[in-house]
Design a protein around this ligand. Sequence first.
Ligand code: 5GP
Length: 174
Amino acid sequence: MKVLISEEQLQARLDELAVEITRDYKDLCPVVVCVLKGAVIFMADLVRRLAFDLEMDFMAVSSYGSSTDSSGIVRILKDLDMDIKDRHVLIVEDIIDSGLTLKYLLKNLSSRNPASLEICTLLDKPERRKAPLPCRYTGFSIPNAFVVGYGLDHGEQGRNLTYIAELDEQDRVS
Ligand code: 5GP
């Protein structure tokens, strides 16, 4: 396992993202939606940098297919508690890979008629994109590798690492 993004790099980039998000949302009392479970650490660190009124909600989705290849068929395991009609909604996601999960989420949430709907992702693997996706805020673009840490798991483990690490083949088979 090798460190791809250190704790210091993560925290510095979150400071920058928070400045951008504050500039865009400070008077809008947005609903910030965390996509469970991978985005939970990112979300928690991000919202504590946003010193304006906002509300938080959570969604859990599962993508059919193998753990490394998203099929695009998405099931909602936990829906939002809030009504987002006429609200400014910011989706906070851990990583965009094929983009199929978020494409589905965007379609689903936009049918509820929010005032606006944008995406903030910590990580992006642009090489893997199968569907074009309008992503407003991106923490880091990374190469096509399987990563863990800072919310992202490998078989449910590794979420509590304070940095992002790249798994090598050897780690993946175990
Ligand atoms: P997409 O639909 O964009 O292909 O899949 C996105 C989801 O796949 C992410 O929310 C995440 O759960 C999972 N995923 C994609 N790439 C990685 C990765 O490198 N590491 C981990 N742990 N999960 C990933």
